[in-house]
Design a protein around this ligand. Structure first.
Ligand code: TXA
Ligand code: MG
Length: 325
């Protein structure tokens, strides 16, 4: 099925059964775009070896071209065909793949990924996702899939097929509906291209788990430049302003609560986790930000969320969502 132009494409949504996955693989082979569930968020996938498909991803998201994409593969063996693994990388891959960890590694000269996928960088961000639909699609396609989160650039990432359609209707050929994403925040991105590992984005694998495997990891700073758009100040943003660490809430505000004692008095309220569990909160974060957003509120007030484990990724995304520029 050849895509004509982005605007003429119609978006089909199919339950992610076997036949739909086979069809998704053929859409990818033809250079089309397929949104699919991963354990973190839905990805907007294209054939990472076809420049045309990669360019279509940037266009569909209206993503600045300088922001490189994550490449998804079925296995560590497939990843080793695209990037140079050292002992640290192999150790982390064996421990956390399939799973929500993206490794930034030197690109292999004989790899198959198109240069545009990494925006011309000599490195590659790569991961093996831990979701049965993503795994089946990667196995059926048998080539690397470039897939950023399936949302317009800068907006809240999608954790359901409905979220994908809301943001990208007409800009993606096929959406595989595999239900809600279990982790709910994006993968942790670790840069292993320098002597000391650098955390480029906190995410689904807690920093402490990585440190336990390979020792000290430094936080990204100005030296690292804007390598990851997740590092851009404003990102993951709903329309309404976000007010962090709220200790009270006004009647024209919506409340994103956390824990057993939510503030009272908001126009509407959703609770990330009544029992105060950051894993549950991560899974709810993006869907609740979307559900609370709207033109009728002055702001979304957010109660403090602890910073341990997945809390680091939650706080990172909330801070960026709160940044107005
Ligand atoms: O959980 C996830 O990682 C999701 C799912 C779909 O897998 N994908 C995702 O992709 O969040 P995206 O494109 O929204 O974020 C990719 C991040 C960006 O911050 C990008 O700059 C960074 O990965 N990145 C990609 N290639 C890179 C590279 N060569 N060097 C440094 N950062 C890179
Ligand atoms: Mg994203």
């Amino acid at each position: 099925m050849a895509r004509l132009t982005m605007r003429e494409a119609t978006t089909r949504v199919l339950p992610a059964a076997e036949a739909a996955i086979a069809e998704a693989a053929s859409v990818l082979r033809a250079g089309g775009l397929v949104a699919f569930p991963t354990e973190t968020v839905y990805g907007l996938g294209g054939d990472a070896t076809q420049a045309k498909a990669v360019a279509a991803i940037f266009a569909a998201k209206e993503r600045p071209q300088f922001n490189p994409l994550i490449v998804h593969v079925a296995s560590l063996a497939a990843a080793e065909g695209e990037a140079e693994f050292d002992d640290r990388a192999r150790r982390l891959a064996r421990r956390f793949w399939p799973g929500p960890l993206t490794l930034v590694l030197p690109r292999r000269a004989d790899g198959s990924v198109d240069l545009l996928a990494a925006a011309g960088l000599p490195t590659l961000a790569i991961r093996v996702p831990n979701h049965p639909v993503a795994a089946a699609l990667l196995a059926a396609f048998a080539r690397p899939v470039a897939a950023p989160s399936a949302n317009p650039s800068g907006r809240v990432s999608p954790t359901t097929a409905d979220h994908v359609v809301d943001g990208l209707r007409g800009r993606v050929d096929l959406v595989l509906d595999g239900g809600a994403c279990p982790v709910g925040v994006e993968s942790t991105i670790l840069d292993l291209t320098q002597a000391q590992p650098v955390l480029l984005r906190p995410g689904g694998v807690p920093l402490a788990s990585l440190v336990a495997q390979i020792g000290p990891i430094r936080a990204a700073d100005a030296r690292d430049g804007i390598k990851a758009p997740g590092m851009l100040a404003r990102h993951y943003a709903p329309d309404a302003p976000i007010r962090l660490a709220a200790g009270s809430v006004g009647p024209r505000e919506a409340l994103l609560a956390f824990g057993p004692s939510p503030l009272t008095g908001a126009r509407r309220m959703l609770n990330l986790s009544v029992r105060g569990d950051v894993v549950e909160a991560a899974a709810n974060l993006y869907a609740m930000l979307r559900a609370l957003d709207g033109p009728d509120i002055a702001a979304i007030a957010v109660m403090a969320v602890p910073g341990d484990g997945l809390g680091a990724a939650i706080n990172d995304r909330l801070r960026r969502a709160a940044t107005r520029d």
